[in-house]
Write a protein that binds this ligand. Structure first.
Ligand SMILES: Nc1ncnc2c1ncn2[C@@H]1O[C@H](COP(=O)(O)OP(=O)(O)O)[C@@H](O)[C@H]1O
Ligand code: SF4
Ligand SMILES: [Mg+2]
Length: 373
């Protein structure tokens, strides 16, 4: 499925982020998901498309946590759902243990669906308010053939204990629980079919900061105990740092950087990653953070900028005198340093000195705006 996709759109950044297949649990290849925008008099004419995911390739290794970050609307949830086949892809392919899954029929998908689960962002909206905890957590096992009520109840009790909930909660309803407890119910539901791969879609974003680390620790413990593999989605780089082995950074439907945690946080290769990291609050009050404030809003995914999608906001391009190439040629994801991939023509120019200068320019720009404003 390489090269071109339906609707004749070229796919950039393909074929990278791949690994020897023995190490790979999930393989994502040139994945595209466009949502059609319809209009015209009858509202049926196709007048455009939201390019939510636009040619993304990477692998998730068995047993690892791959963090996926990027601003709201960049395509993270869509990517997670397409990988799980909860929504159909426009083009591209997903491999599970080396087997392409997009051509499989419903029956062939049954064991694969069991192996791949999701924990949703919103612990309020994702649980049916009219079902008890027992029914919610036991639903998957029932659908997949565990028909004995007693066995199901035993399983649910075991799962509740695993996620730190009281077994006596089995007959209660979601509204009787706090946000953190509801997310534990969501996690128990995801684990009920003993999956290997779990997409955690911003599982702590809706929770109080004091509860976030408890839920993160729980996910960490479960991974150790059950040998799970996670795709862990967040909009905040600080949240994924401690839980991830590698991190992917998305911008407007594209993967712009993919690297192991330490190099990504200590020596980011893509200018966008640099800017995202500069927005993470410094926890040590004695240190002063170098902030790079990005100009303008994120462009619409229905009309992404040509060339490099980040070029309308890129601080590095500005420092380099606005090279034309950024606005015309789409940069492919490439290995900038061993194991560290970035989609930027000029990634080698990202240095501590360049970042320092850009943050000074950014700050003086802000001061000037404040003075004027
Ligand atoms: N069902 C849908 N129909 C149309 N557009 C959608 C749909 N789901 C998501 N989108 C659009 O796709 C883009 C990516 O959305 P999403 O994957 O939810 O981003 P994220 O999870 O990173 O915030 C957004 O512009 C969003 O509005
Ligand atoms: S390719 Fe150009 S615009 Fe894109 S990130 Fe690199 S320097 Fe910035
Ligand atoms: Mg989302």
């Amino acid at each position: 499925m390489e090269g071109t996709v339906s609707e004749g759109l070229p796919v950039g950044g393909t074929g990278d982020g791949q690994l020897p297949s023995g190490d790979e649990l999930i393989g994502v290849e040139s994945l595209v998901k466009h949502f059609e925008i319809r209009g015209g008099l009858l509202g049926v004419r196709r007048i455009g498309a939201v390019r939510a995911v636009d040619g993304v390739s990477f692998s998730v290794r068995r047993g690892e946590t791959l963090g996926l970050v990027g601003e709201s609307g960049c395509g993270k949830t869509t990517l997670g759902k397409v990988i799980l086949r909860l929504i159909p892809a426009t083009s591209g392919q997903v491999r599970v243990k080396g087997r392409p899954i997009f051509g499989l029929n419903d029956r062939e998908m049954i064991p694969i669906r069991r192996d791949m689960q999701i924990v949703f962002q919103d612990p309020y909206g994702s649980l049916n308010p009219r079902m008890t905890v027992g029914e919610i957590v036991g639903e998957g096992p029932y659908v997949h053939g565990l028909r004995s009520r007693q066995e199901r109840e035993e399983l649910v009790r075991e799962l509740l204990a695993r996620v730190g909930l009281n077994q006596s909660h089995i007959h209660r309803y979601p509204h009787e629980f706090s946000g953190g407890q509801r997310q534990r119910i969501g996690i128990a539901r995801a684990l009920a079919l003993n999956p290997e791969f779990v997409v955690c879609d911003e599982p702590v974003s809706a929770l109080d900061v004091s509860i976030q680390s408890q839920v993160l620790n729980l996910l960490d413990d479960l991974q150790q105990d059950l040998g799970l593999t996670y795709l862990f989605i967040a909009h905040n780089l600080a949240v994924v740092e401690h839980i991830s082995d590698r991190v992917g950074v998305m911008y407007l439907g594209k993967l712009v950087e993919l690297a192991p945690v330490d190099p990504l946080y200590q020596q980011p290769a893509h200018p966008y990653t640099v800017a995202l990291l500069s927005a993470v609050p410094e926890t040590d009050p004695r240190k002063r953070k170098k902030r790079i404030v990005l100009k303008g809003d994120v462009p619409s995914p229905a009309a992404p900028p040509p060339g490099c999608r980040f070029h309308t906001r890129c601080w590095l391009r500005e420092r380099l005198g606005n090279p034309e190439r950024c606005a015309t040629d789409e940069p492919a994801l490439r290995e900038v340093r061993p194991g560290q991939m970035a989609a930027c023509h000029y990634a080698e120019e990202v240095s501590p000195a360049a970042i320092e200068a850009a943050s000074r320019a950014s700050e003086s720009g802000m001061t000037a705006e404040l003075a004027a404003g």
